[in-house]
Ligand binder design. Structure first.
Ligand SMILES: NC(=O)c1ccc[n+]([C@@H]2O[C@H](COP(=O)([O-])OP(=O)(O)OC[C@H]3O[C@@H](n4cnc5c(N)ncnc54)[C@H](OP(=O)(O)O)[C@@H]3O)[C@@H](O)[C@H]2O)c1
Length: 238
């Protein structure tokens, strides 16, 4: 049985990814950030033998280390890590003439960019012993410098562009050690990024997960080329 860790699994896409993996027979460790949100408990009732919920705040090295210890207590290895946890700014996107919020930029950078790095670092010893050595990153089209048309959204766009650079450096380091990489834009998902569920978006989290999981779990012809792929299989420029 293959094992995976999903970060930010309480709701939205991360919950959909967790559910999809469980339905496909994976053993899943699901990162819980929101102790008051109960959707993961419902999944734990359906999959008592294959789902373990672990407290995980990717913005805290201490929390990531404790989550690693909790997973290591139950599993010898991990096959796949899905770095999904992410935040968007809850303030309106501000242009440079509207007092951009620099504290908010720091907050998003800490979660969206440094969070995946912290998580990879902490879980690498378990992944080293896994059979798949698969590192997945939920990035965004918003991180594409070449395709950008936005005149604001500094915090989110910059955090995802920097994440893409972090992934490239990881790829240069870890690909020769047998690791394989998936960098993904999930489309516009009816998730909770603004705090409330966005029913105007295109895809239910479960549907979005149905597109993502085949990309995350299947092999690619050219693992030596790092690509940013969206839910329709289209490649985005960096
Ligand atoms: N929704 C879209 O259209 C869209 C498009 C492109 C990319 N993405 C990416 O998709 C990923 C999943 O987002 P989503 O749309 O599913 O949003 P979501 O519904 O807000 O889910 C993200 C989950 O991560 C949690 N989280 C926040 N900070 C965390 C931390 N420090 N450590 C661990 N977990 C944390 C969130 O909790 P809180 O709710 O308390 O913040 C939430 O439960 C993100 O990386 C996002 O950037 C989303």
């Amino acid at each position: 049985m293959k094992t995976a860790l999903v970060t930010g699994a309480d709701r939205g896409l991360g919950h959909g990814l967790t559910e999809n993996l469980l339905e496909n027979g994976w053993r899943v460790f699901a990162g819980r950030y929101m102790s008051e949100w109960r959707e993961l408990d419902e999944l734990a009732e359906r999959f008592p033998d294959t789902l373990t919920i672990v407290a995980l705040d990717v913005a805290s090295a201490e929390s990531v280390g404790a989550a690693r210890d909790a997973v290591a207590a139950e599993a010898q290895s991990l096959d796949m890590l899905i770095n999904n946890a992410g935040v968007a700014t809850r303030t309106n996107p501000l242009t440079i003439r509207e007092n951009p919020d620099y504290d908010e930029m720091h907050r998003l950078y800490d979660v969206n960019t440094l969070g995946p790095l912290r998580t990879v670092e902490a879980f690498l010893p378990l992944l080293d012993r896994g059979s798949l050595k698969r590192l997945c990153f939920v990035s965004s089209e918003a991180g594409s410098v070449a395709a950008s048309q936005r005149n604001s959204w500094f915090a989110y766009c910059m955090s995802k562009a920097a994440l893409n650079m972090a992934i490239k450096n990881l790829f240069n380091d870890l690909r020769p050690q047998g690791y394989t990489f998936r960098v993904y834009h999930p489309g516009w998902v009816r998730s909770y990024m603004g705090g409330l569920k966005n029913d105007n978006a295109d895809l239910e989290p479960r549907e979005a997960a149905g597109y993502a999981i085949p990309f995350f779990t299947s092999s690619r012809d050219d693992e030596d080329r790092l690509v940013l792929i969206d839910y329709r299989g289209r490649e985005w420029p960096w």
